[in-house]
Ligand binder design. Structure first.
Ligand code: XMP
Length: 429
């Protein structure tokens, strides 16, 4: 391995992810492990230069307190015990805290600041080759940041042993399916199966109004299509997934309560159970983006804003119709273009359009119209649990309104959603 590592043993401190990030920020790789990792597992970890016991020193197994520090000290690398009684040993002041962490990592542990994307990619390429051998790997490539970066990494490691399946369910944004094909098939020469499942999804969704039903149908149909494609391919033994570190942390460790459950291939049938390849599972989101950049993916993919799994399906309110879906797609493309022109694209967390299933009266060229409105939404958030509204300049809103009403078929009004979360959610369905 090319990297040194500082291990954080999770003894119940909620600051572990922050600490791991702070250590990575000074250039040293760090991973969090559960408090009951065995001595053998710990000894097998590569490049460990120091261990931080964070959140208290003792764990209780079957009612008996065990001094973790005693066990861990036997490894012969420096150990620091943190947060015995809820007080961190490092100062609260940012600069002083950084200095104290640096002192432990570099001074006591003698770690080298060799955590960078080049080394990460080199290590992962070796690990993937070791894990996969000459076998074949399958990946559902949605075009989102995580699956795109996994694809690029696997192409670097095993080339044509990887097959990517891109399912176009008709609910992607304008230009996205085309971009997936052009980046992965044309530029990276990947084995890419492009599945045009647009009619299939829209037929299944026809007449379905209730948002949860729509979500369930989209999710179930996606698994069915992917499964059919997987069955057509021979000799696949591995399934690659874009699991990232927050997915694992949010699933809850032994000591921290789960925020949400982590989904993996649970939806695929028994006889399609593959071994998993998850090369990004130790990366935070910004590190995944840096990895994608280093692998040569375009900015439009690497800095893509969050996009819900059910895609535009939950932005075409009520029962989806093809004409309103196109109105969502076209208006979203205009919004994105104008946000980019106004320098808002990298600044606003998420922005999109919604088309409701009612019409209003308007006028065009002296003639009465009876058409849909388009609703604009632009929000900022840290964790998507709450969100505030971006104060988009009026001139930008006016330009977007003029373009949408002129260019998008069937639309005669534009509205701006001023509702923070709560009381609204970010999406409308
Ligand atoms: P809400 O609407 O719940 O959304 O405030 C919070 C964030 O999650 C995104 N979102 C999803 N992401 N699958 C996803 O991967 C989904 O089914 C889904 N639904 C909502 C939403 O776009 C926002 O960023």
């Amino acid at each position: 391995m090319k990297q040194d590592m500082i291990v954080i043993l999770d003894l119940g401190s909620e600051e572990n992810p922050r600490l791991a990030r702070e250590i990575r920020a000074i250039g040293v790789y760090s991973e969090i492990y559960p408090h009951d990792i065995t001595a053998r597992e710990l000894a097998a970890l590569p490049g460990v230069k120091g261990i931080i016991l964070n959140g208290g020193v003792n764990r209780v197994v079957d009612g008996v307190e065990i001094d973790v520090a005693d066990e861990v000290r036997a490894f012969g690398v420096p150990v620091i015990e943190v947060d015995h009684k809820g007080t961190a040993p490092w100062p609260a002041d940012e600069a002083a805290r950084k200095a104290a962490i640096s002192d432990f990592v570099f001074g006591k542990c003698g770690a080298v600041a060799n955590w960078n994307m080049e080394n990460f990619i080199a290590d992962q390429v070796d690990l993937i080759r070791k894990q996969v051998g000459d076998k074949k790997v399958l990946l559902a490539l949605s075009g989102g940041v995580d699956s795109s970066v996994v694809a690029a990494l696997l192409i670097r490691a095993i080339g044509k042993q990887l097959t990517c399946v891109h399912v176009n369910h008709g609910l992607l944004r304008k230009g996205e399916p085309e971009e997936v094909v052009s980046v992965f098939r044309d530029q990276m020469d990947a084995n890419l199966v492009y599945v045009d499942a647009v009619d299939r999804f829209l037929d299944k969704l026809a007449g379905v109004e209730e948002p949860e039903n729509k979500r369930k149908i989209i999710g179930a149909e996606f698994i069915r299509v992917f499964e059919e494609e997987a069955r057509k391919l021979e000799g696949i033994e591995f399934l690659a997934q874009g699991t990232i570190y927050p997915d694992i942390i949010e699933s809850g460790t032994k000591t921290v309560k789960a925020v949400k459950s982590h989904h993996n291939v649970g939806g695929l049938p028994e006889d399609l159970q593959f071994d998993l390849v998850e090369p990004l599972k130790m990366l935070f989101k910004d590190e995944v983006r840096a990895c994608g950049k280093a692998l040569g993916l375009p900015d439009s993919m690497v800095y893509r804003q969050p996009f819900p799994g059910p895609g535009l399906g939950v932005r075409c309110l009520g029962a989806i119709t093809r004409d309103r879906l196109e109105a969502v797609r076209e208006s979203d493309a205009i919004l994105r273009e104008e946000f980019a022109n106004a320098g808002l694209a990298g600044k606003v967390w998420q922005y999109f359009t919604v088309v409701p299933d009612f019409k209003s009266v308007g006028v065009r060229d002296g003639m009465r119209t009876y058409d849909w409105p388009v609703i604009l939404r632009a929000v900022n958030t840290v964790d998507a649990m709450t969100a505030t509204i971006e104060e988009v300049p009026f001139s930008v809103l006016s330009k977007i309104t003029a373009r949408i009403t002129a260019e998008v078929k069937g639309v005669n009004r534009v509205l701006y959603d001023l509702t923070p979360k709560p009381s609204g959610t970010i999406e409308w369905e």
